[in-house]
Ligand binder design. Structure first.
Ligand code: MG
Length: 390
């Protein structure tokens, strides 16, 4: 029996994970769930899964949810805030932590799980981007394990987890759907709306990652994530646009073999693999009938149009604090776009300005990561004031 805490159970990944877990009550026990804004869903999940703890965003929400749960004699205890998230991530009873909080906000709880040697099912790619080497090292020191949930990295993990000899790998090829603007000319990109950008052709995901997919920053962050996760240099990671999202990334070996994992674009597949590793369980998703998807297309990304991807490669190559800087600037830019402060093509403009103003610093501790993240966000916020929605 795996005893599980879910960080971010009300988000898209958390909900899909609970769908899979529901199919296997004999294998998984939910110890704790946590949400942020969606109190109603967190309450419903507490009733359905009867966890020992749930964690919500603040004290006001804690008082409200405690009262509601008491009314129906549910024994679940309600905690709140960063200390609450850390508590359920590191609790001694927990074996497995699904880290599915979006953005830099997920870093501390993911780190706590690493420090306590948990098996981390990592959906919070930003913590790998910001603190990749640190997170891997701490995990290793404490006999923990990181299993990527991100579909591309999960595919690569499925291919290479038991053959860790890096020298056998020629390159990793991350596939990308190309998002909603794959075939839109660069000159029309400026005028796309929030609604257009949120309309992903293949995947159902949260807002932040959907906008990141539209700018292809998502793929940029995934290149950085892959470099740290699989300890592969930037010049051995390629991005290939594959609009059908059936092939979820590939590994090319030195003997000329290329291996991959195929599946319908449904996050329940990588989630169930991460949950059940090293075994496999039913995910509720059917296999692919290849005769019905005979047209699989591939093309190289346009780095002029998808500037964010190019910037992410640059940051990975520069190393040091640059991956933290690009992640912070991107979070500020995406938030500004969603608040209609900047237009779509100003997202990479703001990020590039922030990176040009950045200076590299050495990252040795988690405090270093937090300081750079904080300072970068403030600086990007200041640069944002110079932008006009055009
Ligand atoms: Mg992905």
């Amino acid at each position: 029996m795996k005893i599980i805490s879910i960080l971010g159970s009300t988000g898209s990944i958390g909900r899909s994970a609970l769908d899979v877990i529901k199919l296997h009550p004999d294998r998984f026990d939910i110890f704790a769930l946590s949400g942020y804004d969606n109190e109603d869903l967190l309450f419903k999940q507490a009733i359905a899964f009867n966890p020992t703890y749930i964690v919500t965003k603040d004290e006001e929400s804690q008082i409200k949810l405690s009262a509601l749960l008491k009314n129906i004699s549910n024994g679940t205890e309600v905690l709140f805030g960063p200390e609450g998230y850390k508590f359920i991530a590191g609790h001694e009873k927990v074996s497995t932590v699904l880290a599915a909080i979006t953005g830099a906000a997920g870093l501390l709880s993911t780190m706590e799980a690493a420090q306590k040697g948990k098996t981390i099912l990592l959906a919070n790619k930003e913590s790998m981007v910001m603190a990749g080497n640190l997170l891997s090292e701490i995990c290793l020191q404490n006999n923990g394990l990181i299993i990527p949930v991100d579909s591309e990295h999960n595919a690569i993990f499925q291919v290479i987890h038991d053959q860790n000899n890096q020298s056998e790998i020629n390159k990793l090829i991350l596939t990308a759907s190309g998002g909603p603007f794959r075939s839109l000319p660069l000159r029309e990109l400026k005028n796309v709306s929030i609604k257009d950008a949120l309309n992903h052709p293949n995947w159902e995901m949260g807002q932040k990652v959907t906008i990141d997919s539209a700018t292809m920053m998502n793929k940029g962050l995934e290149v950085i994530e892959a470099a740290y996760l699989f300890k592969i240099s930037h010049n051995k990671i390629e991005v290939l646009i594959h609009p059908q999202s059936i092939i979820h990334s590939l590994v090319e070996f030195i003997d000329g073999s290329t291996l991959t994992q195929l599946g319908f674009p449904d996050m329940k597949v990588p989630i169930s693999y991460a949950l059940s590793f090293p075994e496999r369980i039913a995910s509720g998703v059917k296999g692919i009938d290849l005769s019905s998807v005979s047209d699989l297309q591939f093309e190289l990304p346009d780095l002029e149009k998808f500037r964010c991807l190019k910037l992410a490669y640059n940051c990975l190559e520069l190393g040091g604090s640059y991956p933290i800087e690009i992640n912070a600037a991107n979070e500020v830019a995406v938030d500004a776009f969603l608040r209609k402060k900047i237009n779509f093509t100003q997202i990479p403009e703001l990020i590039e300005k922030a990176l040009n103003a950045a200076q590299s610093s050495k990252i040795e501790t988690i405090e270093d990561v937090l300081v750079v993240n904080e300072v970068s966000r403030i600086k990007a916020g200041q640069l944002l004031k110079g932008f006009k929605f055009a």
